[in-house]
Design a protein around this ligand. Sequence first.
Ligand code: KIV
Length: 272
Amino acid sequence: MSVAKKEYKRVTVKSLVEMKALGEKISMLTAYDYTMAKIVDGAGVDVILVGDSASNVMAGHETTLPITLDQMIYHASSVVRAIDRALVVVDLPFGTYQSDPKEALRSAIRIMKESGGHAVKLEGGKEIKDSIKKILNAGVPVMGHLGLTPQSIYKFGTYTVRAKEEEEALRLIEDAKLLERLGCFALVLEKIPAALAQQVAESISIPVIGIGAGGGVDGQVLVLHDMIGMTQEFHPRFLRRYMNLHEEMTTAISQYVGDVKSSEFPSENEQY
Ligand code: KIV
């Protein structure tokens, strides 16, 4: 059932800020290829994130660190070709924005020019503020990402809930306010206590989109392949699986194998 308060023919960064002001929750999902993006966009998702989780989901890496800028551009341009309505946000991959604001800008410009994406997402707060400023000054919209930031997994050591202690929670609130002041149009909060996420969402005017951050924020994001049950190994508490596509695909594919082996496929009607 749709509970949209206003029709958006095309979702822009401005629409998202307006949705927050109207109290309309924002839906966001990942996609990395044309066919999936077409389904996600057609189903009415507001924001498609070409996440660096492609490194895990599409390429089978253990972390998001190995994916390259060229690979992100390939995924993002496939997604952009599919969409009619959604805003497409593209992750800047690890190593393309942390060392130097000029390199960050060059990376963001390559994403915008070569993929046609509408905005970029960067992980981190104060420590990358000069990179964020530089990108924003060039007219590229930036989405922030705080809390569990998977590109820093080797610093954290685990994928457990972040900002449970007061010191880290206060730092996160400061970073969220800084990202708003710098001009980011939205912020992802990953795997932090729900009460803290709600406090952040209530203290800034830009939309806060949560993953494992409870229901008190302005929108939700999940990794598509997890929510449709294509992946199996990953089952954190925050993940709701809307279908078990792994099982359905396995059944269909083994039926096909059986039909080929038994010469049930192709039938008379399936040949020329
Ligand atoms: O890469 C990704 O999929 C993400 C989401 C988990 C927010 O950053």
